[in-house]
Write a protein that binds this ligand. Structure first.
Ligand SMILES: Cc1ncc(COP(=O)(O)O)c(C=O)c1O
Length: 427
């Protein structure tokens, strides 16, 4: 009946037998997906994204401050280089998984110039498919069952779920008071057995916009050496800073390279979020472990993107700085506008977010998820509810300053109109 070709078998089988086989499969085929997938909590932004999508389809103009996803284009010379590189037939093959050497060299040059950090491009720099990919695969490379990881709270979800997906335990520490964060690390290391293996830091912090000075990292490196843990520094917002503040690199502290790595990205400062390119630099052994994992999982970033990124790093500093100045102006528009509506907000010194404490009147009435829903439904403004970043974010909304000045002013008007309360009850 069969010559071994599946299509021949199907053609020759009776319709009824096929039907029964299909029913059988539907009823009995209950093999679960992996435990690590089942352990993931429901996606808290799912409902909001669904409403946002429906409203947009219905023609509503949503002002989207929900995600740190830049709306401005990259500098033209970066795009031109990409177009040129795409025309070159040599750039369409699989690329080097760790990134082409010229790109890794350029990253090392920039780290030296901007942060005074010397890196060996052969062993201490690796290109990643966005910093999120690098970060999560580094967790897979370094963590396993029984390991513990310290994470800042409130938490950028990947900081919690990458260790969790690597089967590690997660301990969250309030990051909004950096001195407390350090003292809690000491306390945990003194009392917990086995001690944490990794501490994750992320300054400027998403979502809380907390920043630190270099001294913080001096203390962190001392603790890492004393208690023997590794540090993962997520430096995604290295390029966006205000009022003369410059966020320090963790690696700029003597000895940091012995205890950790740092992740940076082209997504934010260079408006290249969709291109998916970032870097992991620092400790040789950790970079090597990440390279090993990546060697199995991917074939590297499209080479044309890597070539255009060299041009971005080398020649687009003016655009990066101009973008930072633009974000500062937008921050002022949003913070000043919301303050007029009764919000008490500390203006961030860096990053792309305003972490806005919800006015007391509304805090007492509803949680951050319901408030974000209300703003989406009634003010046509999308914001991220603080609860999406863990319980400690409950009293906040996170607003990304990714829309232009006019649209931010419009957003402020719509938010303030929607949440207007009688002066007698406003606090
Ligand atoms: C703290 C933080 N780390 C990492 C990322 C991911 O950036 P990338 O586009 O480089 O993957 C983001 C993006 O929002 C972020 O906020």
């Amino acid at each position: 009946m069969s010559n071994g070709d599946v299509s021949t078998v199907l053609r020759d089988g009776s319709d009824e037998r096929e039907q029964v086989d299909r029913l059988d499969q539907k009823d009995n085929f209950t093999i679960p997906v992996a435990e690590r997938v089942l352990r993931l909590p429901p996606y808290l932004f799912g409902k909001i994204n669904e409403i946002k999508y429906k409203k947009r389809r219905a023609g509503v103009d949503i002002i989207d401050l929900g995600m740190g996803n830049p709306t401005d284009p990259p500098d033209p010379q970066i795009v031109e280089k990409l177009c040129e590189a795409v025309q070159d037939p040599r750039n369409h093959r699989y690329s080097a998984s760790a990134g082409i050497l010229n790109l890794r060299r350029e990253v090392a040059v920039q780290y030296d110039r901007r942060h005074g950090v010397k890196l060996d491009p052969h062993t201490e720099v690796i290109a990643t498919i966005g910093s999120k990919e690098g970060f999560s695969h580094m967790c897979l490379a370094m963590l396993g069952p029984g390991d513990t990881c310290i994470v800042p709270a409130p938490s950028f979800p990947i900081h919690v779920y990458s260790p969790a997906l690597a089967s590690a335990n997660v301990l969250q520490i309030d990051v909004t008071k950096p001195d407390f964060f350090l003292s809690e690390i000491s306390h945990i290391c003194d009392t917990l057995y086995p001690k944490p293996k990794i501490v994750i830091v992320n300054f400027p912090h998403n979502p809380s916009s907390t920043t630190i000075e270099k001294d913080f990292y001096v203390d962190l490196v001392r603790l890492a050496k004393k208690y023997q843990f590794y540090v993962l520094s997520d430096f995604a917002y290295a390029d966006i800073f205000y009022d003369g503040y410059v966020p320090p690199s963790f690696l700029a502290v003597p000895g940091a390279k012995e205890v950790g790595v740092e992740f940076t990205t082209m997504s934010k400062g260079y408006n290249m979020a969709g291109w998916r390119i970032g870097y992991c630099v620092g400790n040789k052994e950790m970079v090597k472990a990440l390279a090993t994992i990546k060697g199995y999982y991917d074939y590297g970033i499209f080479q044309a993107i890597q070539i255009a990124s060299i041009i971005a790093l080398r020649h687009a500093e003016h655009a990066r700085l101009a973008m930072s100045a633009e974000y500062q102006m937008r921050r002022d528009v949003l913070v000043n506008g919301l303050r007029k509506g009764g919000w008490e907000i500390d203006p961030p010194r860096a990053g792309m977010f305003v972490w806005a404490k919800i006015p007391q009147y509304w805090r007492e009435k509803m949680g951050s998820i319901d408030l974000a829903m209300k703003l989406l439904e009634e003010a046509a403004v999308a914001a991220s509810p603080g609860r999406g970043f863990g319980p400690s974010g409950e009293d906040y909304l996170r607003l990304a300053i990714v829309e232009n000045e006019q649209r931010l002013k419009q957003a402020v008007r719509q938010i303030n109109r929607c949440l207007k309360v009688e002066p007698a009850v406003q606090t």
